[in-house]
Ligand binder design. Structure first.
Ligand code: NDP
Ligand code: MG
Length: 382
């Protein structure tokens, strides 16, 4: 029986993870769950999965949660709660919280020798080197949940890493694929949130529309698979059926295909290295799926992807700046304080102003994240 803690249980990935676990009740014991604001849903999850411990945003939320449940379980609070919950006895921690809040709990879980199933982007985008060095030292399994990295992990199985010539990440292109700079001037929040293929949290949906999400995935791929950025390509594949590919030195390409359903990569991370059947998953039907098309990403219109490559080349805290600036810019956009195209402008401006720290500590990363966010907020949130 694998003992599992889920950070961010009430989110899109968190709820789908619990949905997958329902299929394998005999294989998994849910030890801990965390929510931030959504104590109603957490209360239901407590009833259903019977965890030993949970964590919520603050004392006020803890008070509200207590009133909703009949069980006497441990309730932790705040950022400390999110870090302390990973101290509980468990084999695997699923990191599905949004934002930099995921970083320290992940580091702590690795230090305690726990395997990680990672959905959160910030962990590797901001601290990829520190986190992967630690994961190697502790000899834990560090498993990606994101569909692209799960695909690459599957395409690498049974092959020698020395024989890789390129990783090819696929991108759907988002709702604005094919549009030009001028067309993007007036796009609304509502249009941006209409992703053609995936249903996800708001932040990542906006990042998919700007292609920043793919930029983050390039950065994550570098650290996860220990490969230089000039060997990581992005190709737009609007059908989202090929989830990524690996090209080998003999010219062979291995791809992973599946329907666009996050429960498939979640299942793979939970059951790794085995596979298992999940109820309700649609299988690909090649008599319906008759077309797989590909096109180059438009790096001039969707500048966020270029900025991500640039930040990765510079290294150090520059990717933290990329991430922090994007987070605030996206939230300003969602709150209708800035236009869609200003997201990239704000990120570029923040990168230009930054004095890079080449070999940062975790403290440096947390501080840079905070400084960049405060600076942008001060300027635009008047
Ligand atoms: P959601 O916004 O749906 O869920 C976020 C979760 O994190 C919720 O449980 C939320 O709690 C909690 N949370 C939010 N802020 C904080 C905080 N400051 N401290 C602690 N917990 C917090 O996001 P997704 O599930 O879509 O995404 C989660 C992560 O996975 C993101 O980093 C995303 O980029 C990544 N990802 C998501 C994919 C997807 O298909 N959705 C695919 C690949 C990666 P509450 O709701 O209770 O307030
Ligand atoms: Mg993805």
């Amino acid at each position: 029986m694998k003992r599992v803690i889920i950070l961010g249980a009430t989110g899109s990935i968190g709820t789908q993870t619990l949905d997958v676990i329902k299929n394998f009740r005999d294989n998994f014991k849910v030890v801990g769950l965390t929510a931030y604001n959504n104590v109603d849903l957490l209360a239901q999850q407590i009833e259903e999965f019977n965890p030993e411990v949970v964590a919520v945003k603050d004392e006020n939320k803890a008070y509200k949660l207590k009133a909703k449940i009949n069980k006497n379980i441990e309730i932790l609070t705040g950022q400390k709660g999110l870090q302390n919950i990973v101290e509980y006895e468990a084999d695997l921690v699923v990191v599905a919280v949004e934002g930099i809040a995921g970083l320290l709990p992940t580091v702590k879980a690795i230090e305690r020798g726990k395997d990680i199933a990672l959905a959160n982007k910030e962990v590797l985008v901001t601290a990829g080197k520190i986190v992967m060095d630690l994961a190697k030292k502790k000899k834990i399994n560090f498993l990606p949940v994101d569909s692209e990295h799960s695909a690459i992990l599957q395409c690498l199985r049974g092959n020698d890493k020395k024989e890789i010539s390129r990783l090819i990440l696929t991108a759907s292109g988002g709702p604005f694929r094919g549009m030009k700079y001028e067309d993007l001037k007036k796009v609304t929040v509502e249009q941006t949130l209409r992703h053609p293929n995936w249903k996800m949290g708001k932040k990542i949906t906006v990042d998919s529309a700007t292609l920043m999400n793919k930029g983050f995935e390039v950065i994550e791929a570098k650290w996860l698979f220990d490969i230089s950025e000039d060997k990581i390509d992005v190709i737009v594949h609007p059908q989202s059926i090929i989830h990524s590919m690996v090209e080998y030195i003999d010219g062979s390409v291995i791809a992973q295909l599946a329907t666009a359903d996050m429960r498939i990569p979640i299942q793979y991370a939970l059951n790794y290295p085995t596979r298992n059947y999940i109820n309700g998953i649609n299988f690909l039907d090649f008599s319906i799926t008759t077309q797989l098309t590909f096109e180059k990403p438009d790096l001039e219109t969707f500048r966020c992807l270029s900025l991500a490559y640039e930040a990765l080349k510079i290294g150090g805290t520059m990717t933290t700046v990329l991430n922090a600036a994007d987070e605030i810019a996206v939230s300003l956009f969602l709150n209708k304080k800035i236009e869609f195209l200003q997201i990239a402008e704000i990120i570029e401006e923040s990168m230009k102003e930054h004095n890079n720290i080449q070999n940062p500590t975790l403290d440096d990363i947390i501080n840079v994240d905070k400084e960049v966010k405060e600076k942008i907020a001060k300027k635009y949130m008047r």
